[in-house]
Design a protein around this ligand. Structure first.
Ligand code: MRU
Length: 369
């Protein structure tokens, strides 16, 4: 999407790759909305760290970062033998796969790159495999963009003139390579000239809604307001929210259950209570066809400091982290929750909108058979 920096508007992808320097180039998300800057990772370990420490976050964006990280690691190999290359690749794969547990895009992206390398004939040289890895990583990133475009095309019809949309966390272009999933229908509706309003859940503890979604929507000129996480029920009760669209970190193809940022489930329960349509927007890399039950989804538990503190800039523009909780109290910090299929009106995919329970039956149409 376009970002206005120092008075000039320029197009940026959230994640890209410099083949010349073998670096992954990322928008530094921990400093937004206060400072816009790009950061580079010089090797696959730094790339994995950037995912873990949330320099880059959001399911699609960490998928693309991991894909480039695997290509980066493959390209850095200078040994001679196939066996040493295979051992090195396994180390790179495992380091990146362990960077964050819940978003399945990360492992799906790694598997795509690994499969592209393995698809080369047994006679394929190491240098050819290194090229195949980079090509596959670039394809994953490009597919992410075309998937989000298609989500926008299918989802735009849900937004009419005057619709008041609630979204949770950041499932925008910062969470993908470009455009975003939950924001794609908004940007497509805006391009059609529709006038609507977006409520961004603040999304404690890391405040991705207040910091990132609000920043994105402001950059794109979309009418919006940040609300405290506890305010959505009140607005729904008063008839001030017409539609909810969120993203997903892992959507179970077998059941239609959706793991997404903590608090998504609460919003789905509230939406059902108030008969407000609740949609989840996903690229195909978010689908997990293996797990049979949502109990098997690994839910990331993050550091308690995120709950016990808050951070941002003071009125002199200095970045500060301050303690907001009682100094002797510990905290629990599950980062994701699971919304069951019966609370979801529809899943907006690049191939159309599906009932969550129809995903398995429709897997051929989704391109998975
Ligand atoms: O912890 P985060 O910021 O990576 O969590 C992001 C979300 O939960 C998004 O809603 C999700 O990734 C879906 S959109 C890519």
């Amino acid at each position: 999407m376009n970002v206005r920096v120092h008075g000039r508007s320029r197009h940026y992808r959230t994640v890209s790759f410099s083949a010349r320097t073998n670096e992954v180039v990322l928008i530094e998300q921990r400093k937004l909305p206060h400072t816009f800057e790009l950061t580079r990772t010089a090797n696959y370990r730094q790339t994995a760290r950037a995912i873990t420490n949330m320099t880059v976050r959001g399911a699609g964006a960490i998928g693309a970062t991991a894909a480039y990280g695997l290509a980066q690691g493959a390209r850095a190999f200078t040994g001679k033998t196939e066996a040493a290359f295979a051992r090195h690749l396994l180390r790179v794969y495992e380091t990146l796969a362990a960077a964050r547990p819940t978003a399945v895009d990360l492992v799906n992206a790694l598997n795509e790159v690994r499969a592209a390398m393995a698809a080369g004939k047994t006679t394929t040289s190491i240098s050819q495999k290194q090229k195949l890895a980079l090509r596959a990583a670039g394809k994953f990133a490009d597919d992410d963009v075309t998937h989000c475009e298609a989500i926008g095309k299918h989802g735009a019809k849900l937004i009419k003139n005057g619709t008041r949309v609630l979204t949770h966390c950041n499932a925008g272009w910062l969470a993908f390579v470009d455009i975003g999933s939950a924001t794609a229908p908004m940007y497509a509706a805006q391009a059609k000239g529709k006038k609507f309003h977006v409520y961004c859940d603040e999304t404690r503890p890391r405040s991705q809604g207040a910091a990132l979604t609000a920043w994105e929507l402001a950059q794109q000129g979309v009418s919006h307001e940040v609300i405290a996480d506890n305010a959505a029920g009140h607005l729904m009760q008063r008839g001030e929210i017409d539609l909810v669209i969120t993203g997903s970190d892992r959507t179970l193809g077998r059941t239609g259950a959706v793991a997404n940022k903590i608090g998504t489930y609460t919003k789905a329960v509230l939406a059902a209570r108030h008969k407000i349509p609740f949609y989840v927007a996903i690229p195909l890399s978010t689908l997990d066809w293996n797990l049979k039950s949502c109990k098997e989804i690994p839910i990331e538990e993050r550091n308690e400091d995120e709950v016990l503190t808050a951070w941002g800039t003071d009125n002199r523009g200095k970045f500060r982290q301050i303690r907001i909780a009682n100094p002797t109290s510990p905290a629990r910090n599950p980062a994701f929750d699971v919304t069951p299929p019966e609370l979801i009106t529809g899943i907006i995919t690049p191939k159309g909108i599906f009932k969550p329970r129809d995903l398995w039956r429709e897997r051929k149409r989704l391109g998975f058979v």
